[in-house]
Design a protein around this ligand. Structure first.
Ligand code: PMP
Length: 447
């Protein structure tokens, strides 16, 4: 009878950030795109365990793959040859056939660990020390990767290390917001130039060049980290030419381009399997996590042999865990068999079009709609002129209404005023329409 309620227990003995609902959601189980609470109420999950549950909760093929491996063995370390590990690496590398040279996998346990390893490799390979990441970027919570993360709230005065390049944000960029971006929906004030030849990134490239020439000083840059679409930062996209131009500039200075595909990988952007492919850029290291094993703790980097070799044989006790490899392998099969990338593009484009309509109807509240596939952001403002961030209390009220009506969403951006719409890739058109009806109704009630 003295047992604490689960709410009390969490607040006293655990340190978790929660979505700011009136009451925390107590989950009983989940199945594909749905979550069920302990009272049996069903919710459509539009945040997918923070953009991780790509093929849906409790997919039978993943359960089967994990169970089979569990019945063989769970863990042996990296000291023995294992079929499960080899088969997965082979299957993953199939997705790098066109990227000449990216042929070595290093397996770790989280996105932060993967970026930390990329940092280690970049410094070791280039024998250079300076690293660059973009304003508004998120690359992880380790001390090393927090240095690369540039989101308000994560910055600490004692964590220094990376140089910040300005992100060419078409909506809030410091050098204006008139850029074409690679999305079915454009900003309300996009440029008129050809989509494939957008030159609006000139200023940003100049700033990067300046950083490389003076601050970082030429020949000292080890690498530049870019999320192909900034995730935690609010689904921010860049003008089409920026990533290619920026990373080539870094590579000309002897640095590496590290593509952080933790959110944008595994088909989530719909048009491509990896987000960087849409930019026509050539990474030296690709970092992946989250959807890689649908929530089973597993992550990886893929790089060229000469880069991998610089640290010798990489030791990480759990790295390449066979259950993780088995699940990750099933994830690749399911994405292909169920045509989830194609579904993502179709349903995602429909959601974007519905949101763009809402933006046009409510321009003083919905400031910007952006994204690709099922990596979508909707930025809320107080009015279209000032673009001041929508108050957090109202963001939370909308989240609460959505929850009441059976829809779970995410929230992000530097000011917490961006709704993040990132469901499992198996959602249907009916799910999409249901979610948009619920969201639209919640927003209109909070006007
Ligand atoms: N990179 C990106 C782009 C991410 O979104 C995240 C997680 N939000 C990470 C790295 C860190 O991954 P993890 O939380 O698995 O350490």
């Amino acid at each position: 009878t003295n047992k604490k309620s689960i709410g009390e227990f969490f607040s006293q003995h655990l340190s978790f950030p929660f979505l700011q609902y009136k009451d925390h959601l107590h989950v009983a189980r989940a199945e594909r795109q749905y979550i069920y609470d302990t009272a049996g109420k069903r919710y459509l999950d539009f945040f997918a365990g923070i953009v991780t549950v790509g093929v849906g909760h409790c997919h039978p093929k993943l359960i089967d793959a994990a169970t089979k491996q569990m019945n063989k063995y769970w863990h042996l370390s990296t000291y023995y040859l294992q079929d499960t590990v080899r088969d997965y690496a082979e299957k993953l590398l199939e997705h790098f056939k066109d990227d000449t040279g990216l042929s070595v996998c290093l397996f770790v346990n989280s996105g932060s660990e993967a970026n930390d390893l990329a940092l280690h490799l970049a410094k070791e390979y280039t024998k250079q020390t300076e690293v660059i990441s973009l304003r508004n970027s998120y690359h992880g919570v380790l001390q090393s990767t927090l240095c690369l993360t540039n989101i308000a709230g994560f910055k600490r005065p004692y964590l220094t290390g990376s140089r910040v390049a300005m992100n060419p944000d078409p909506y809030r960029g410091i050098w204006g917001g008139r850029h074409c971006r690679d999305s079915p929906v454009q900003t309300t004030r996009s440029c008129n130039c050809e989509k494939d030849q957008c030159q609006a990134s000139d200023k940003y490239i100049e700033q990067l060049d300046e950083l490389l020439s003076h601050e970082v000083s030429k020949k000292k840059v080890a690498g530049m980290w870019i999320e192909s679409i900034q995730g935690y930062g609010g689904s921010v996209q860049f003008p089409k030419t920026y990533v290619k131009r920026a990373t080539e500039l870094v590579q000309q200075n002897g640095g590496l381009y590290i593509a952080d595909e933790v959110q944008t990988g595994f088909g989530r952007t719909g048009t491509h399997f990896w987000g960087y492919q849409a930019h026509g850029a050539k990474p030296d290291i690709v970092v992946m996590a989250k959807s890689i094993a649908n929530g089973f703790p597993f992550a990886a980097i893929v790089t060229r042999p000469e880069i991998a070799k610089t640290i010798g044989n990489y030791f990480n006790t759990y790295g390449g865990n066979p259950i993780g490899c088995a699940v990750a392998s099933a994830v690749l099969d399911v994405i292909k068999e169920e045509k989830l990338q194609e579904n993502t593009l179709k349903v995602g484009t429909h959601i974007l079009q519905r949101l763009a309509k809402l933006r046009d109807q409510l321009p003083d509240v919905v400031g910007d709609v952006r994204g690709k596939g099922l990596l979508i952001g909707m930025e809320m403002v107080t009015d279209k002129e000032s673009r001041k961030p929508f108050p957090i209390a109202k963001m939370n009220a909308i989240l609460d209404r959505c929850r009441e009506n059976g829809l779970l969403l995410g929230k992000g951006g530097n000011s917490g005023n961006v709704f993040r719409i990132k469901p499992p890739m198996c959602i249907t058109m009916e799910d999409a329409n249901f979610a948009m009806d619920v969201l639209e109704d919640a927003i209109r009630k909070e006007l």
